[in-house]
Design a protein around this ligand. Sequence first.
Ligand code: SF4
Length: 168
Amino acid sequence: MMKFWNKRAQLGVLTENVAFEDEIKTIQKELKDKVKKKFAGSLAIRMVDSGSCNACEAECNALSNPYYDLERLGIYFVASPRHADVMLLSGVMSFNMTPHVLDAYEQIPEPKWVITLGDCPAMQAPFEKTFAIKAPAKEHLQVTHHIKGCPPSPKEIMQGLLDFLKKI
Ligand code: SF4
């Protein structure tokens, strides 16, 4: 038994990544400060999928878990565009979804911003030249900020939201 505890004391907790956690805490603190300053402590995001593979959405779901816990910082995913400040747009702007994306954008009250998430909405030639794909999204909407990655990790999404808040 003592052998086990000695080894544990020498090695520490191997599953922890202290540097990663410090980075996350720094981003969280800055996010909370910026949301408080620029959105009175409450930033509402309407996520819109314009034809994604759902991996970007899965990474966004992780932002609501107790580890990243975006709501604690004052950032909320809302069900209606009428309650939103920001549209977070994923996917390739498919032929069928493009009118619905534009409709959702119209429903967001002013002032409003669009952030594109993942490489799909910024997709360049030759893929956007097909009948079914209307990417890049910036040809349809005024995009304020782009979060790249396929998919971006929760940390990269948080950093992207922070960069957006610094930009506006
Ligand atoms: S950017 Fe990548 S992960 Fe995100 S929806 Fe497109 S293909 Fe999927």
